[in-house]
Structure formats: structure tokens, C-alpha cells
Design a protein around this ligand. Sequence first.
Ligand SMILES: Nc1ncnc2c1ncn2[C@@H]1O[C@H](COP(=O)(O)OP(=O)(O)OP(=O)(O)O)[C@@H](O)[C@H]1O
Ligand SMILES: [Mg+2]
Length: 487
Amino acid sequence: MVKTFGATKALRGVDFVLNRGEVRGLVGENGSGKSTMTSIIAGFQKCDSGEMFLEGKPYAPANVREARDSKVAMIVQEIGTIGGIGIAENMFLGEIQNFSRGSIVEKKKLHEEAKKAFEKIGVTTIDTSRPTTSINLEDRKLLEVASAMRCDPDILIVDETTTALSQNGREIIYGLMKKQVAENKSVIFISHDLDEIIEVCDNLTVLRDGVMIGDLSKPEFEKNKIQNMMVGREIKGDYYRADYDGSHGDRVVMKVEHLYGLHTLRDVNLELHEGEILGIGGLSECGMHELGRAMFGVDIMVSGQITVNGRKISKTHQAAAAGIGYVSKNRDTESLMLQAGIGFNITIPSLEKISSFGIISKAREKQYTQQQIDALSIKCEGGQQKTRALSGGNKQKVAFAKWLGKGSQILVFDCPTRGVDVGVKAAMYRLIEDLKKNGHAIVLISEELQELIGMSDRIIIMKNGRIEGEHLRSSDLSEHDLIREMI
Ligand SMILES: Nc1ncnc2c1ncn2[C@@H]1O[C@H](COP(=O)(O)OP(=O)(O)OP(=O)(O)O)[C@@H](O)[C@H]1O
Ligand SMILES: [Mg+2]
């Protein structure tokens, strides 16, 4: 299979075999071609050349509908639902005519069927009559899962979906994957979490720069080996901080006092110091993501306050003016403008750096963008390229670059390394360490306990909207200590 986008060779003659009854992991660095290959299999786009065979017969789906008719369904890495319509309408996108009499849509039947589709995957909490934008990212993903499962797929493709979900959502997907195998059907599973890959896959295939590197079967799974195959060189074992010195400056740069949110936060109090990496962990619904949003003035709070150097933060422009940078967990809708160029996204919070007397210098814009692209090794054709053309991990780097380049004094990162490959992860951790050394304060909200333990000077664990526990950096701290407080 060959696929090119302009100057980018996304797939350079890839051979891939999927067997019945297996969960096959697909791994590779950011931009190696995983989403491109699987989206061709699922009918989202066509390859330039190459052939596919399904059960020995030529297979060339012209669109997603045809792929689903052939029992091939994919849950995409990015948001796969449309915002402006209802939940049930998204579920039956392109099939509404099946629910219509003349020009009248039989709403009742539509909702009943949508409800059934959710029940089939074990979800009973979503009201299908609500608008799609009223549910959170997790439920939107589950909507895609339910929609995909409607065709009883022989081949289910799961592209970097689990990292966007809480444990509960993950269990649903793992359950469906097990069921596929039990019924002698198959799964292609994409994830950057190698522990997860090792746990859930029977076999795996490694892709590098659009070239197939090789296959491994379960007994051959070994983290270092997989990483080396992915990057083509030896990767050193650990990439977290090497020191256990949790000291930081005395100056308090941000204060959260008696903060109550609409649904989640219950009397949250904390202080963030200069030169401090403050980790915040907990289960997905514990309130940590909402706390991050509040720190950037995204959501309206019920009472309490957040202050930076004595100035109250309740709106996003105040947060940005006070030197706060924020990378949302919800990358595609909240961190980036996908239709805009990479350079536009990177420069937008830093216009003062590239303009004089209020006029943007094109030359400085270009130079500044290129600096950030180089600093984070963003795999792209240049600053002019549309952000939506980037692979998932490279989009995440753009979201990161936006605030790093600005030199924000306080950085609130919500799951910053989600969907990012091992090499880039290591580079991001080094950047976070450097930021600390230069006196910046970092809030690291993460669902990865190893990341929290490995990077934070202090860790706060949240539960049901409250702060449940606090831990200082120490070599003795274990995941178990944190989990006990989380659940
Ligand atoms: N629509 C597009 N237009 C231009 N380039 C594209 C497009 N889709 C993908 N690419 C490029 O093709 C390459 C492979 O991208 P792909 O999304 O398949 O990577 P990936 O392995 O899924 O990466 P990640 O782990 O970051 O999701 C990247 O260089 C990407 O920028
Ligand atoms: Mg991808």
C-alpha cells in the first residue's frame, strides 16, 4: 500500500496481514502512518496504489459505508462525531432515510434504535435526545464505539482511543475486544501506551516512517525491543527525572482558595510555587481536568477564587495576561484551530514577539514558527501547512509549542503526553525539567501515575472534587500509595 500527501510519503509500500481471532497491535512513532493505513482499510480514504483482500477477495471500500457493509469499522483517533446535530442523528449518520416517512423523521424510532445500540455496548447513561455537544469527550467516543459496533464488525479498528477515556470507558472497549476474539473476529489496536499494548494484544506490527518493520508475537513482547524497533535505535530505559530533589522557590505564584465548581470541584485549596512541578492525579471524573480548566479561566466557578500574583483569574484572557499557558486534554476542540496553519496556532498567543507597533512581521513570524517546529521536532511540511494534516502526536506538539515558545510563567498541562511517542515524550519531560530550572511553575495533570511520580515535586490526589491526599517527591513513593487515595 502506498499513500502520499503532497511531499509527504505516509505509506511506502506497506504489507500487512490480519488474522481471524487476534488482537493485533499497531505501533510506531508519531507520523509513522498508523492512522493513514487503518483509515484506508476502514474506507475513510483511498490509497494511491496497492491492493487489499478481505477473506481472499479483492476489497476496495469507496467510503465508510461500504467498509461497514463489509463488516470493517473504525473508531478514529480524532473526534468522529459532528457537533451541530443530536446524538441519535450522529449514530445513524447517512442512514436517516431509514427512519423517514416522506420528509418526516420518525424520532421515536430513531431514539429507540440509538438507545439499543448503546445498550449493546453496555452504556445506559446517555440520553440520545440530547445534542452531541452536550456530552463530554468520553461519551462522544462511546457514541462512536456504539455506532461502529452496529455493523457487527469482523474487523474492529481502535485508533488511540483508550487514552482519551477513563478506566470505565476503557473497560468497555477491552470488553468488546475480548468478545471479538471469542467470536473469532479481529481487532487492530493502536496505542502509544506500550504497557497497554503488551497487555491487550496477541500480536503486534511495527511501522516506521511508512515502512513495515516487522511483527512480534506475544511471547516476544518486550518493551525495550518494541521501542527499538519503533525508533530504529537503542532507547535508554528511563525518561523521567533522575533526581529526587523536590525543592522549589518559596514564592507562591498561584493560589486556589475555597474553589467550588458547578458539578465537580468541592472546596479546593492549593498553592503553586515558582520552580515547582505540581502533579495532580485521580480518576478521570475526580475533578482534576475541571481544576485545570478553572486555572485558565475556561469554566465559570460557583465560588472561591484563583489568584496569580494577587490578580483574580476568572476568564481566559485574564489567565493569558497573567502569564498562564494551558494545554487542554481536549486537543482538537480546545487547544488548536485545526483549519488554520501550524504557524498561526503557534504564534497566536505570542503576537507581541513577532510584531512591532502592532504590525506582524511575516519574516519574524516564519522564523519564530520554524524555531518552535525545530525545538519540538514537529513532523510537518512547514509552518504554512494546515494543522489538521498532522498526525495526532504532532498536533499535540503544536499545542505544546504554542505556550512553550511564549515563555508563560505558569503552565497548566492536562495530559500533555497523551498520544505522544516515546522519543517525543522524553523530549517533553526534558523541556518540563528545564522550565522548572528556569523558575517556571508547572501544573501537570495526568492519568499516568508513573508520569506523576516520575516528574512531580509534589503530587495532589483528587477524589470526588476534593483534594484527598498530598505527597512530596520521594524515591519511596509507589503507584499503590496513590491508587489507595484515588478510589
Ligand atoms: N490529510 C493529510 N494531509 C497531509 N498530510 C497528512 C494527512 N494525513 C496524514 N498526513 C501525514 O502523513 C504522515 C502519517 O500520518 P499518520 O496520521 O498516519 O501518523 P500516525 O502513525 O497515526 O501518528 P500518531 O501516532 O501521531 O497518530 C504524517 O507525516 C502526517 O502529517
Ligand atoms: Mg494516528
